[in-house]
Design a protein around this ligand. Structure first.
Ligand code: ZN
Length: 257
């Protein structure tokens, strides 16, 4: 499924790719903007989407450049409608390194938010104010809020999201790596099921439920990769670590007016 992608360009040797389904999201945002107010709203809608995904890419660069600093190769960064993914050539095994590599992603979002805060300030009614687009500085404030949400959302301890990786790294200080991964993956699965059920029956958001189902499966996949390495002594180069960056489960802001 991940094969249906288009290569854009390389940054420091990292291939940036876009999954074909991303263009459906782009088309959806364009149509929504058009329906709401013609060409100008369409430009705003598409512009916001591209700005959000630029921040996703910067988040991935945070992980990737830190990983490269520790000598871990990064194959590519893939953008998908549900978020982004950085593909590493190996899993950082030392807990302190995994911790730093993982924290670097959300740290980028918090840095962007802090920068925007310094430039435009916080809006009235922050957070979760939906009328940002009424003001000239509204787009920047929307981006500020979105970066905060993305940073915090990815810190949820649902393996293999960033928070789950941090949990695994903390466990790996005290127990063997495989067992730490098993615990983190199992805790992540339980939380993913709870979050998925909440999304389905409380928040009424089937898309968010699909997102957590995807995270559930990704956690299981990574656990199996680690187990294969530990048990069957698969070589390093056959191991892949995928940093998933799901987007915060919120209606796209442009739809909320
Ligand atoms: Zn991340």
């Amino acid at each position: 499924m991940l094969g249906w992608s288009i290569n854009l360009f390389r940054v420091r040797g990292i291939q940036l790719s876009v999954h074909a389904s991303f263009f459906l999201l782009l088309a959806w945002f364009a149509k929504d903007g058009w329906d709401s107010g013609g060409v100008s709203d369409m430009a705003i809608s598409v512009g916001l989407l591209l700005a959000f995904f630029t921040c996703v890419v910067l988040h991935e660069f945070g992980h990737s450049f830190t990983a490269m600093h520790f000598g871990i190769g990064v194959r590519r960064i893939l953008l998908m409608p549900i978020g982004g993914m950085a593909e590493f050539q190996s899993i950082p095994r030392e807990p302190s390194r995994e911790l730093l590599i993982t924290l670097a992603g959300p740290a980028v979002n918090f840095a962007i938010a802090a920068l925007l805060w310094a430039i435009v300030g916080l809006p009235d009614g922050f957070p979760f104010h939906s009328e940002f687009l009424d003001r000239p500085s509204g787009y920047t404030q929307m981006l500020l809020q979105w970066n905060l949400m993305m940073g915090f959302f990815n810190l949820l301890p649902i393996f293999p999201m960033d928070g789950g990786r941090i949990f695994r790294a903390l466990l790996a200080w005290r127990m063997p790596y495989l067992r730490a991964t098993l615990w983190a993956a199992n805790a992540g699965k339980v939380l993913a099921v709870i979050a998925g059920l909440l999304a389905l029956f409380v928040w009424n958001s089937p898309l968010t439920a699909v997102l957590f189902a995807f995270i559930f499966l990704a956690g299981e996949t990574e656990y199996r990769v680690v187990r294969r390495h530990e048990v069957d002594e698969v070589r390093w180069r056959e191991m892949l670590a995928r940093y998933y960056e799901p987007l915060p489960p919120k209606e796209p802001p442009i739809l909320s007016h």
